[in-house]
Design a binder for this molecule. Structure first.
Ligand SMILES: N[C@H](CCC[C@H](N)C(=O)O)C(=O)O
Length: 187
């Protein structure tokens, strides 16, 4: 599942006039509701998450895709590609995982850089990744906020959620989706 890809699909379907305000689409992890907000940002409902594994040095959770979440100091200068590539294999074996490195900016605001499985490199922004970061920061009591801001190299996202005894529900990933290219194919 791709959270940012999902938001882009919704934005594109809206641009094509397929729906007005709300829609639903099916992804590999199930159904997703989505909303085009009045300011043009896109909110996407993510699957419920009932487990955030806390391994003290890092967390692991699945928000539609598998994510490792680890706090580091001096994120701007952190070797995301080298360390991400190592952890992706050494901790998670053949299946691997996406690796998110995190630094707090303030209570409820986090800077995130992600090494993405499949891409095998750092990407500008990972939607399921920042969702995992928001839940992991809450699950480990780094924040009590249930609306968390995430700053990635590609821009700013937010994740809000409801915390219940058995995990997290009503999880919404929000942020901008901008059309940057338009073309035609003659067939
Ligand atoms: N970039 C995507 C997640 C891709 C996850 C994929 N790399 C995987 O290993 O499942 C996002 O914005 O949510």
């Amino acid at each position: 599942m791709c959270g940012n890809g999902g938001r882009c699909i919704v934005s594109f379907a809206h641009f094509l006039g397929i729906f007005e305000k709300q829609t639903t689409f099916n992804a590999i992890d199930g159904k997703h509701d989505a909303v085009v907000n009045d300011d043009g940002t896109i909110s996407l409902q993510m699957i419920d998450v009932n487990k955030v594994d806390d391994n003290r040095d890092y967390c692991f959770t699945n928000t539609g895709s598998p994510h490792h979440v680890q706090l580091v100091a001096d994120l701007d200068n952190y070797p995301v590609v080298e360390e991400g590539r190592k952890l992706r294999h050494e901790v998670y074996g053949d299946d691997g995982a996406n690796i998110n490195f995190v630094q707090p900016i303030s209570h409820g605001t986090y800077k995130v850089r992600t090494y993405e499985r499949g891409v095998e490199d750092e990407t500008y922004s990972c939607g399921t990744g920042v969702t995992a970061v928001a839940l992991a920061m809450h699950a480990t009591s780094h924040t009590t906020n249930t609306n968390v801001s995430l700053v990635t190299p590609g821009g700013e996202l937010s994740v809000r959620f409801v915390n219940q005894d058995n995990g997290y529900t009503d999880i919404w990933l929000s942020g901008p989706a901008q059309q940057v290219f338009k073309g035609n194919i003659n067939i």
